[in-house]
Design a protein around this ligand. Structure first.
Ligand SMILES: Cc1cc2nc3c(=O)[nH]c(=O)nc-3n(C[C@H](O)[C@H](O)[C@H](O)COP(=O)(O)OP(=O)(O)OC[C@H]3O[C@@H](n4cnc5c(N)ncnc54)[C@H](O)[C@@H]3O)c2cc1C
Ligand code: FES
Length: 503
């Protein structure tokens, strides 16, 4: 185990109550059905209800149970270094529009927090990208030039605020002012109350399984006996739960990052920080209502690669202890996200042949402010209104390059399966061949052994063991399964298949 005292759970989910909504218990008919209770789905459901639409929000697990519940929760249009790249590759209009979209997304969240009086530890902050030993000074300067051209507030400076400057020996830093941070799960909980006040219906523990056109509506079937009929359907399930023609499977690339939370008196001078240098580190303060905490993250990698997650946690811990003098973490967790080839999200019509069905995905690790802009865009599409970001975020825009999903084998031939199972610690797993078939062997906390077919139930890639979080992770589109095979994150909808070994 990575650390004897720390708990493998997201700080945000540990410090906010879980929203309580029941399963879909009857057939329903609404104007708009939103699948996915993360920030993208919740904001869209609320804005649609506010426009007078009848809305059902359907979440497979619990609201905030996906990536929004495991994020770093910086609300910033400073997406590491992106604007010089967008400017050079696609021109000033694209760079400017992307900045404007995210500035507006942040403003929308800021207004909602204020207008609805949502208690979610929202704080105004400056965002910082820093470079040590001059490694990325030139890139920071180019990005600062791009800021001037697109009208973003900030630029290069030599020093960090004193509080953090004494920990990080930086050479140059790039600021973006008037950004913010918040507690994402508390924010979602506040938005759910507001959605209910607008007449919205919320169903948890209800997985959307299929969407079929029926006349001028859609029939949405779920893993309950009931279905929802809706005029318009929005798929905000991180990886799209509907993927006709494998359009999204062929383009989205899942990556996983890791975070640690430390009880800490370190104060970070009103800033949120991310390194330009490798290995990338992201740092911010957080608050549980009583004490302050330091969040340290990084170690991003393709989901389900064969490297040990334990070692990744250990390297973050080593960094935090060396840099900030922290003790042991209280919480540690992993979260995954989807990258697009051009660094812009896919938000808009899901498929040209499916008018009335929309998608929100591919937020490239900066989905919070992007979700604000995207929710507004989707609701404008639903209402038939023009929106300035429709072309920018259109999923079927021209491709500069293609992403390739990766698959690969990670196998380990055991001298004797029985011996290996005997040696296996509770909560651990290994992969091996059983009767010629790649098999995952997991021992649960009660000592029961689970033999699993490692073919992902989405499209068949081989899942890999994540020893830090005790999950099976799919490298192709980011499905995550528990040790015993239950779906923790889609696109997969079915658990890993159990195998019966003949011994
Ligand atoms: C480690 C990490 C740090 C990050 N830090 C930042 C940051 O500081 N700032 C920032 O802007 N962005 C950050 N991001 C990115 C940001 O968190 C995400 O882009 C954003 O949370 C995605 O929100 P979402 O609503 O699209 O997805 P999610 O929050 O994952 O919500 C999707 C929901 O859909 C549900 N679902 C899935 N399948 C179905 C189905 N078939 N039926 C019904 N429901 C279903 C899931 O259970 C889930 O709750 C970070 C990402 C990671 C991984
Ligand atoms: S998530 Fe698509 S094959 Fe596993």
């Amino acid at each position: 185990m990575f650390n004897q005292t720390a708990v493998n759970r997201s700080f945000w989910r540990a410090t906010a109550h879980t929203a309580s909504y029941t399963k879909l218990g009857h057939d329903a008919t609404v104007d708009v059905m939103v699948a996915g209770g993360g920030i993208a789905g919740v904001l869209t459901a609320y804005l649609a209800a506010k426009e007078g639409k009848t809305v059902a929000l359907v979440e497979a697990r619990e609201v905030g149970g996906g990536t929004t519940g495991g994020t770093t929760a910086k609300l910033s249009a400073q997406h590491e270094l992106i604007y010089a790249d967008l400017l050079q590759t696609y021109g000033l209009d694209v760079a400017k529009l992307y900045y404007q979209a995210n500035a507006e997304g942040l403003q929308l969240i800021r207004d909602l927090v204020n207008d609805l009086a949502i208690e979610c530890d929202f704080e105004q902050m400056t965002s910082y990208v820093y470079s040590q030993k001059g490694k990325h000074t030139r890139q920071l300067e180019q990005e600062a030039d791009a800021y001037k051209k697109i009208g973003a507030p900030g630029g290069v400076q030599q020093d960090m605020p004193l509080d953090i400057g004494r920990h990080l020996n930086t050479d140059s830093v790039l600021t973006m002012e008037n950004q913010a941070q918040f507690h994402p799960v508390k924010f979602l909980n506040g938005m759910l109350h507001a959605l209910e006040d607008e007449g919205g219906h919320i169903y948890q523990h209800t997985m959307v399984e299929d969407v079929q056109k029926q006349g001028d509506s859609f029939r949405v079937t779920t893993d309950t006996p009931y279905s929802i009929t809706a005029k318009q359907v929005i798929i905000a399930t991180l990886f799209p739960a509907m993927d006709p023609h494998s359009f999204y499977s062929n383009r989205l690339k899942p990556v996983t990052s890791h975070l640690l939370a430390f009880s800490s008196d370190n104060h970070l001078g009103g800033g949120m920080y991310i390194s330009a240098d490798d290995p990338k580190r992201t740092v911010r303060e957080a608050w549980d209502g009583k004490s302050s905490y330091l969040l340290v993250g990084g170690e991003t990698h393709p989901t389900g690669d064969s490297h040990s997650t334990e070692e990744r946690y250990a390297s973050l811990l080593h960094y935090a202890q060396r840099t900030f003098g922290t003790g042991n973490p209280v919480d540690y967790w992993s979260e995954h996200e989807l990258l697009t080839p051009d660094r812009l999200p896919y938000v808009g019509i899901l498929d040209e042949e499916q008018e009335g069905m929309y998608v929100m995905t591919g937020f490239n690790k900066w989905g919070l402010t992007n979700a604000g802009a995207s929710a507004k865009l989707i609701v404008d599409l639903v209402l038939g209104k023009d929106n300035p970001y429709e072309k920018l975020f259109h999923p079927h825009r021209t491709w500069p390059s293609e992403a390739t999903g990766g698959s690969g084998a990670s196998s380990q031939t055991a001298p004797s399966l029985t011996e290996q199972v005997k040696e296996l610690a509770a909560g651990d797993a290994f992969t091996t061949k059983v009767e010629g078939k790649q098999t995952g062997v997991y021992k649960d906390d009660s000592g029961n052994v689970h033999y699993l077919d490692l073919s992902c139930t989405h499209l068949g890639c081989e899942v890999r063991w994540n020893d830090g979080d005790a999950t099976w992770d799919c490298p192709c589109h980011g499905s995550i399964f528990s040790g015993s095979g239950e779906v923790l994150a889609g696109p997969a909808k079915q658990p890993l298949k159990p195998i019966k070994p003949s011994h």
